[in-house]
Design a protein around this ligand. Sequence first.
Ligand code: ZN
Length: 133
Amino acid sequence: MRKIEHIGIAVKNLEKSNELFAKLFNTKHYKIEEVASEGVKTSFFKVGPNKIELLEATKTESPIAKFLEKKGEGVHHIAFAVNDITSEMQRLKNEGFILLNEKPKRGADNKLVAFLHPKSSNGVLIELCQEIE
Ligand code: ZN
């Protein structure tokens, strides 16, 4: 893994949270993107070299809706940039981690993504992401 790519935060109301986090970071979000297949709408903030992703559910079966129901708003995942997502998924599988998807899928921000089940990583949902060339 190369570095933390971003931290994802689940929110109930993206519009309100965009205002809140704009005050916190003293900068506006630079993009909003909906990933219909995942039932999420996301916004991204740059804070120095770091990125924060806010996630709002767009349907009740969305993983974000389920997370909000169970845990409420808060840190949802930590995403790590990898050079080769397929080989990294295989490596982690061999190490005993549980993958939530067998193949990389298309995520927000022009990335291929895969998730590790939080029960195999001390309760932390881990996202792997590789930039699409
Ligand atoms: Zn993410």
